[in-house]
Design a protein around this ligand. Sequence first.
Ligand SMILES: [Fe+2]
Ligand SMILES: [Fe+2]
Length: 286
Amino acid sequence: MAAISIGPDPSLAYRPNLMEKESKDKEDYRNFESGSLIDRVFNTYKLMHTNQTLDFVKRKHSEWSGCSHSQMGMMEAIMSLDQLVDESDPDVDFPNSFHAFQTAEGIRKEHPDKDWFQLVGLIHDVGKIMALAGEPQWAVVGDTFPVGCQFQNSIVFRDTTFLENPDDKNPAVNSKYGIYEPNCGLDNVLMSWGHDEYLYRVMKFNNCKIPEEGLYMIRFHSFYPWHSHGDYMHLCNEKDLSMLPWVTEFNKFDLYTKTTDMPDVEKLKPYYQSLIDKYCPGVLKW
Ligand SMILES: [Fe+2]
Ligand SMILES: [Fe+2]
C-alpha cells in the first residue's frame, strides 16, 4: 500500500495547545454546530451525503471485500494510521493511532477481564487505512447510515447535505423500508461505505476469532442514528437488539477517551501485541 500523507501535518495536529481546553465535558463532544474543526467536518459530510448511494456502496463492496489490496499484521496497520487525521471528527485533531490506544486503555480500566473488548478498542478504526490507499475520506470516516431506504432525520446534517443525492429522490429507494423487509436484520442492510464495514469484512475474511459482540461493535460503532438516536429499529431483528447494549457500551470509550493526554504507545505495545496474537495473528489480508 502506498504510504501517502493526507490531511493536516500530524506534527502540527497533535500539539496539545491546539485544543482550548485540556479536558472536555461530555456535552462538548460531537458538537456539529460550532468549534474550530466545523468547516472541515461539514464539507466531509456534504460529500458523503451527496455521493453515498446504493450503487456506490455495492461498488465499494466488490472493490474491497475480496481483501486483495495489501498484506500486513494488525499492529503495522494500526501504526500506519499515524498518517491520518479524521476529517469528519469534531473531537480529534491528532493521529488515529493515539485514539486507538486511548480507547483500548479506557476499556481495559473498566473491563479488565474482557481482553477481546480491549482489542476491539484498539482496532476499531483500522479500516481507515482505506484512506491511505486513496479512498476519499467521505467513503472512509464519519457516521454511517443505511442506503437503499429513506435517509432518516437522525442523520447528522440531514436537512442540508442530501439535496444532491439521487437516491433521495428515487421512489424505488426513498421510502421508509426501500429495498428492505420489515425487521430484516442489519446483516441484510447495506450501510454507507466506511471503515466499520470494511474492518468487519477483513475480520471475517481472515477468520479472526473476535466474539460476535465485538464484531458488532466493529461493524456498527459509527451508526449513530441507531445506537445513539434509537432510529432504524424497523430494520432490526432480535439479534440486533440484543447486541445494541454492547455497541453503546463501546461507544462510551470511543467518544469520551478522546483527550489530549497522549498514551505511551511504546510501553503499551507488548500487551496489545499479545491480544493481537490471540485473536487476529500473523499477516492479514486487507
Ligand atoms: Fe470509527
Ligand atoms: Fe474511534
